[in-house]
Design a protein around this ligand. Structure first.
Ligand code: 7RM
Length: 651
């Protein structure tokens, strides 16, 4: 059996940035990228020191990196306040009265906060936290809707050195309780509710439920968002609006050590309990600042919209810290993409004249499914750059995004990175890198990405292997909260001193990285290791298919048989003819080896709440039906119930 992935899908379409785009961009040619990349790998300390110098440090560092694998300290001896860098320093410039946040609620209200206003709100709330006894390094749990106060709460924590732990507002009270227990937080920040698809999510009620057996939480600060009836516990619960009236509107931005903890963010592994990923201050800010600047090529007149929720790392790094450190104007939207109609995003882009849109393949595939007429109703000519993150983007979805949303004129930055990496690792630079649909292309400056085989040797072009990073980088995770052993084994245990991302990948002859799927999901058919992404992309390239998830089912002869779960576009129906056509379609796109043995039609696929397909659950359904392991991250449990029921009927 070969250990390599058989890599198959060939993509020949190449999209170069237009000369007009390149001319204005910071990095405007491949020659410039290559030169700076080579330098950044040869002398990473020099590269990162130059980037870090663009931030405001209260004390300059003595040493750029102290690396005792797998423990890194960046900008040793440096002192910095992250909140000062995202807010205060812009008040000394022309950005003082510039819009920092343009917010739209799901019901349609709008609010704009300038950097100066943001400063006042952050200071006031930081003072509220202090008044309630929050001290440096205390953990604070944030469970909020997508309102400016979510960002304000994060920046207020950062300002006083408290460690925030944002829990996505779509998670249940059990998830809140688990994270409270693990992080030993004493204060919770929440809202009465938030709007989602026309209904109210009872956030405070979920917090109350979680707090039933969590006596350590002494204080809950509650923002009034929806105004619905909300129980308040005397002496424990306080209204945000009342508390901010009692405090001063300034709060000194104290200096903290560069390695001071900034936040914990829990991320689920495929099994076991969620890991509290720890990020620290100076390095994380340098990484998110620098990647935002080069990958989105942010300009003062940009209106930048990242559609993620602040509960995910994408919201931390590319709504709050990276863009605000750059003094950008960001759009924040509270609700669902299909409320009141499936054109809400395009409506927002048209009205607010958004210039940069950063979203996820799961959203793009949903828009394709809902039909082009929703897009065509709107003028999207303000857009100049598009981004994608979260999963491999199927070439078919890439092409649609490029043509329908980008009008054929906007580069697409397909950004590969993780909660653990803190910032973008592999991505095109929009003014320089020729893009091929489906690849995140080339490593960012200072990122020594490679693909290794089982023995730790770098594989040849087009051979599959494990994606790794061979050098530390500033925004890397520092630990798993309370579980150093797991930190060592999960990320650094496979190859000594080398970071294991957990994704399978290959590089084409031009050096582009193609992520072929999570290592746990890889298929093994008759001794050939196949990445899930390629088989799925072949299916999605059929005109009837909206989305596909491919998993292996134990098979006596082949080792694994290929089972494809498929959702169809609006107006398409399943039939034996379609099944045959889809099998043949994969056969001709990839080869007979990848032809699905079974195709199952589903109304929806099981996904995490951030939109990633959970293949593990599908695998369990295929190989016996019982769902084991953690399902708390599943977006909609009914989807799995429906799929399991369907399986029984078929078998
Ligand atoms: C930012 C984020 C990380 C995992 C990662 C991959 C997958 C993310 C891409 C991608 C292919 C991409 N953080 N992933 N971006 N795969 N192309 N551009 O998503 O911690 O939630 O997930 O997501 O498997 O390891 S995350």
């Amino acid at each position: 059996m070969s250990n390599d992935f058989t890599s198959v899908l060939v993509e020949n379409r190449v999209f170069k940035p237009s000369p007009e785009f390149s001319k204005k961009a910071r990095i405007s040619s491949m020659a410039q990228y290559k030169k700076l990349y080579a330098e950044s790998i040869k002398t990473p300390d020099k590269f990162w020191a130059r980037e870090a110098s663009e931030l405001t440090w209260q004390t300059k560092w003595k040493k750029v990196l102290d690396w005792k694998a797998p423990f890194a300290k960046w900008f040793v001896g440096g002192k910095i306040n992250v909140s000062e860098n995202c807010v205060d320093r812009h008040l000394l410039t022309h950005r003082k009265n510039k819009a920092a946040i343009i917010w739209e609620g799901e019901p349609g209200e709008q609010r704009t906060l300038t950097y100066q206003q943001l400063h006042t709100e952050v200071c006031r709330f930081a003072n509220v936290l202090k008044a309630h006894g929050v001290k440096s390094k205390d953990r604070v749990l944030i469970y909020m809707p997508m309102v400016p106060e979510a960002a304000i709460a994060m920046l207020a924590c950062a300002r006083i050195g408290a460690v925030h732990n944002v829990v996505f507002g779509g998670f249940s009270s059990t998830s809140i309780k688990d994270r409270l227990d693990d992080s030993q937080a004493k204060v919770v920040i929440t809202a009465d509710g938030g709007y989602r698809r026309g209904s109210v999510v009872p956030l405070k009620k979920n917090v109350d439920e979680a707090l039933k057996d969590t006596p350590d939480v002494k204080c809950v600060l509650v923002l009034k968002r929806t105004g619905q009836e909300t129980e308040m516990k005397e002496g424990r619960d306080f209204w945000w609006g009342d508390e901010v009236k009692k405090v001063k509107t300034t709060c000194p931005a104290k200096a903290f050590d560069s390695e001071h903890p900034l936040f914990l963010l829990y991320t689920s592994g495929s099994t076991g309990k969620p890991k509290g990923i720890l990020h620290t201050s100076g390095g994380y800010l340098t990484g998110t600042y620098c990647t935002s600047k080069y990958v989105f090529d942010l300009r003062d007149d940009d209106i930048y919209w990242c559609t993620a929720d602040v509960g995910w790392i994408t919201g931390h790094s590319y709504i709050v810290y990276g863009p605000l450190a750059n003094g950008a104007t960001i759009v924040m939207y509270e609700g669902a993409p299909n409320f009141p109609e499936p054109d809400r995003f395009w409506d927002i882009i048209e009205r607010l004249k958004v210039t940069i849109l950063y979203t996820a393949p799961t959203a793009i595939r949903a828009f394709i499914k809902w039909g082009d007429e929703w897009v065509k109703k709107h003028d999207l000519s303000s857009l100049r750059l598009l981004g994608s993150v979260g999963e491999p983007i199927n070439p078919e979805a890439w092409m649609w995004y490029h043509k329908m949303i980008g009008g054929g004129r906007c580069p697409i930055v397909d950004t590969f990175w993780q909660t653990e990496t803190g910032a973008i690792m592999i991505s095109p630079l929009p003014g320089a890198t020729p893009c091929k649909p489906g690849t995140a292309t080339l490593p960012f400056f200072g990122i020594d990405a490679a693909i290794l085989d089982e023995d730790g040797k770098e594989v040849k072009a087009n051979e599959g292997g494990k994606l790794v990073v061979r050098k530390p980088w500033p925004s890397m995770l520092r630990n798993i909260y309370g579980d150093t052993e797991r930190y060592k084994s999960a990320y650094w245990g496979t190859y000594k001193g080398i970071y294991l991302a957990g994704d399978g990948a290959r590089r084409d002859k031009d050096g582009n990285f193609w992520i072929v799927g999570r290592l746990d999901d890889v298929l093994n058919v008759s001794g050939h290791r196949l990445g899930t992404a390629e088989v799925e992309s072949a299916l999605v390239s059929h005109p009837a298919v909206a989305e596909a998830a491919v998993v292996g089912r134990p098979d006596e002869i082949k080792g694994q048989a290929v089972v494809a779960f498929v959702t169809l576009k609006e107006g398409q129906t399943a039939s034996p003819e379609l099944t045959k056509a889809l099998k043949n379609h994969v056969g001709s796109a990839i080869g007979a080896i990848a032809k699905p043995d079974d195709i199952r039609y589903a109304a929806a696929l099981p996904k995490t709440r951030s939109g990633k397909i959970m293949r593990r659950l599908l695998k369990e359904i295929c190989s016996g039906g019982k769902i084991k392991g953690d399902t708390t991250t599943l977006e909609d449990l009914n989807v799995v119930a429906a799929l399991s029921a369907g399986t029984k009927d078929d078998d």
